[in-house]
Design a protein around this ligand. Structure first.
Ligand code: ME8
Length: 503
């Protein structure tokens, strides 16, 4: 069976979950669900990043120990993901012993292979990014280019990773694997960073002790980023179960925001190569969700909590609108108004009305017993196109374009009804044919829409009188026109997506 290993970034525990985190996690969840429906063996990982100066300072501000701070916020992330029905198979915390073992083993290997050396570092450091910046990367008045806050001058005696040794191998990898980082603009961005020249990077700290100790030198802990990146290896057995790691690692897909591209797409593959791991991950990078044109951040007071959105739109309404409205790649403006109009147009109107209308007419014209679709239906070709485009969208990790293609089929079915007006016709074969086709279109939309809206589409499935859940089907078998069985009695029910008014 094909394997598919998908990850989100592990989020910092100094901050509460917001819809930016939810965006990556929901996309990863929907992609994981899609791959399960393809029949693949899926492992889906998310978690929290708990070491480093940023967490230590947040803990101090809150009068907590760093571990207490981590325990409290990590739970917030777990709760947020439960409330969004995220189907992760594991939740890793970098404070767990399994992770310490993996970090020490992986970096010890880099050290033994001659890629880590001692030295002194002096530079401008942004605590919010947990990253050093060169002078030409800084913004006005020596501020961090991302957080716009003053950077700190740091001088440290520490260990350096010989990143410069990997320039050629990284360039070859990104030049020869056109799908290594998608969308392609981000592959070019990573190549650009490598072509500017790679300097060795400082990977340990003596100024703090909240981290994983360097195994060959007691006074140092690893710098948080080099500990954090290794979480992806820890969770599939690195350091504890070599056979498991070898099975899963070649199937790795990292989903992440563009803010952490350099760490993921340049530093991390170099670390893997330095440790003798030749299989490099595949990356899927997205832009920022912007609120009134600004990135959401603690300092801008513009963060929106996923819980508030679930209260407005329901879990699946929020999941759908977020996935459908923001394609995975460019920056995208988030607004309540566009979420509302997406919900009303696609869910309340297009899908919800279609389901309600069709089941009502089946009640009136067919005695409540659903007719079967036509094999040679005028909708069949359109359905085949929508299915193919849906599959292509998900294959590219583009939930928005997959869902767009799926919803075209729902609109086709609505048009079929508007053009033929079966409610005006006498009961008989013509009405049966139209309704059978519409029911089949609904079945296919519920099937293909299930990764985005697992519960709502399961409810729609039941309303179509179908057994089981759409997620239990295999795409290759079920996404083919003509399978709606007909002959089933349709249960009655309330609209699945009641129309919402602006609040
Ligand atoms: O960087 N729009 O954690 P983090 C879209 N711990 N996505 C956003 C977003 C926004 N406005 N804001 C955040 C870290 N994200 C490290 C990662 S991984 C080994 C270590 C999402 O809590 C997006 O996925 O700052 C981004 O890359 C991530 O949250 C950063 O989360």
């Amino acid at each position: 069976m094909d394997r598919f290993y998908v990850t989100t970034p592990i989020y910092y525990v100094n901050d509460e979950p917001h819809i930016g985190h939810a965006f990556t996690t929901l996309n990863a969840d929907a992609v994981a669900r899609w791959h399960r429906m393809l029949g693949e063996d899926v492992f889906f990982l998310t978690g929290t990043d708990e070491h480093g100066l940023k967490i230590q300072r947040a803990a101090e501000e809150n009068g907590l120990s760093p571990l207490e701070q981590a325990d409290r916020t990590s739970v917030r992330f777990k709760e947020a993901w439960r409330s969004l029905n995220i189907s992760n198979d594991d939740f890793i915390r970098t404070t767990e012993p399994r992770h310490h073992v993996a970090v020490q083993q992986l970096l010890q290997r880099c050290y033994d292979n001659g890629y880590i050396e001692r030295g002194t570092y002096e530079g401008s450091y942004c605590v919010s990014c947990e990253a050093y910046y060169t002078d030409d990367e800084l913004g006005e008045d020596r501020t961090c280019p991302i957080h716009k806050r003053p950077v700190e001058h740091m001088v440290e005696d520490n260990y350096f990773f010989k990143l410069s040794a990997f320039e050629d191998r990284l360039t070859d990898w990104l030049t020869n694997s056109p799908d290594a980082i998608t969308p392609d603009g981000y592959r070019k961005e990573a190549l650009g960073l490598i072509r500017q020249g790679l300097e060795d990077i400082s990977i340990s700290r003596t100024s703090i002790d909240w981290g994983v100790p360097v195994p060959w030198d007691d006074g140092h802990v690893f710098y948080v980023w080099y500990d954090a990146l290794i979480n992806y290896a820890t969770a599939v057995g690195f350091g504890s179960d070599d056979a498991r790691f070898e099975q899963w690692w070649p199937a790795t897909h990292h989903m992440l925001g563009k803010d952490i591209l350099r760490f993921h797409c340049v530093y991390w593959p170099a670390m893997l190569l330095a440790a003798g791991i030749e299989d490099l991950p595949t990356y899927h990078v997205h832009g920022f969700l912007l609120v009134s044109g600004e990135k959401m951040s603690k300092t801008s007071f513009n963060k929106i909590s996923p819980t508030a959105m679930v209260e407005e739109f329901g879990v699946d309404g929020f999941r759908y609108a977020l996935l459908r409205d923001h394609s995975f790649g460019p920056d995208s403006d988030f607004s309540y108004e566009s979420m509302l109009s997406r919900y009303n147009s696609d869910l309340a109107n297009t899908f919800g009305n279609l389901l309600q209308r069709v089941t009502t007419i089946v009640g009136k014209k067919c005695g409540g017993v659903a007719p079967a679709p036509r094999v040679d239906s005028p909708v069949a070709d359109k359905a085949a196109t929508a299915i193919a485009e849906t599959i292509a969208g998900w294959a590219k990790f583009q939930a928005a374009s997959g869902l767009d293609a799926t919803w075209r089929l729902a609109r086709e079915a609505n048009e079929l009804l508007s053009e033929t007006e079966p409610w005006k016709l006498e009961p008989g074969p013509e009405v049966d044919a139209i309704l059978g086709d519409a029911l089949e279109a609904l079945r296919i939309v519920a099937l293909l829409g299930a990764p985005a809206m697992p519960e709502a589409m399961a409810a729609a499935w039941a309303r179509l009188g179908l057994p089981g859940r759409p997620e239990e089907q295999r795409i290759a078998d079920a996404a083919v026109w003509g399978q709606y069985p007909g002959g089933v009695t349709l249960p009655e029910g309330e609209p699945l997506f009641p129309r919402l008014k602006a609040t």
